[in-house]
Ligand binder design. Structure first.
Ligand code: SF4
Length: 172
């Protein structure tokens, strides 16, 4: 069965999953995140996002986290264009062979100490693309991964919750 077939079957099984958003939960998580980012970095938490071969749905959830409903930037989470400005590298998708070098170069360009976050099952171990001839597998086969956000794809709320968990590890 091809990866496309797997995606189609998974989508049909899931049905429409558009969730109603609990704004008070988002607010509480966001404020916690902001407080810990300030404590740990003394400023905002800057993330460089990179898609190394995702189906696009993990990207869509990251974009949703930046829409006017979630608006994560108000909690001090910035998505930056340059790896030189990033505290963390957020990677989606399996690592396709033609993106492996770009992934290594992006990581090398980041200032230390640097965090690597994988988002979605494909970034963990290849997910539905596991075993495909055009992937290197999960991100951890190439870079040291700090933490993983599970899901196919994870929702914006789950992304926020995972970022809170990550920063909690550093701020105690
Ligand atoms: S984990 Fe993300 S990239 Fe992989 S199939 Fe699921 S939604 Fe797509």
């Amino acid at each position: 069965m091809s990866a496309l077939d797997k995606i189609l079957i998974s989508s049909i099984k899931k049905g429409i999953v558009t969730a109603s958003v609990d704004l008070s939960k988002i607010e509480a998580l966001g404020l916690e995140l902001k407080e810990m980012a300030n404590k740990h970095f003394g400023r905002s938490f800057n993330i460089r996002e990179m898609d190394t071969g995702s189906c696009g749905a993990c990207e869509a959830e990251i974009i949703a986290a930046n829409n006017p409903i979630y608006d994560v930037s108000r909690f001090g989470v910035n998505f930056v264009a340059s790896p030189r400005h990033a505290d963390a590298l957020l990677v989606t998708g399996p690592v396709s062979k033609n993106m492996a070098l770009a992934l290594k170069k992006t990581y090398a360009a980041m200032p230390g100490p640097k965090l690597v976050i994988t988002l979605g099952n494909c970034a963990l171990d290849g997910g539905i693309f596991k075993g495909s001839y055009y992937t290197e597998g999960g991100v951890s086969s190439i870079l040291p991964v700090t933490t993983h956000i599970p899901g196919c794809p994870p929702t914006p709320t789950e992304i926020l919750r995972a970022l809170v968990g990550l920063l909690k590890c550093f701020t105690g």
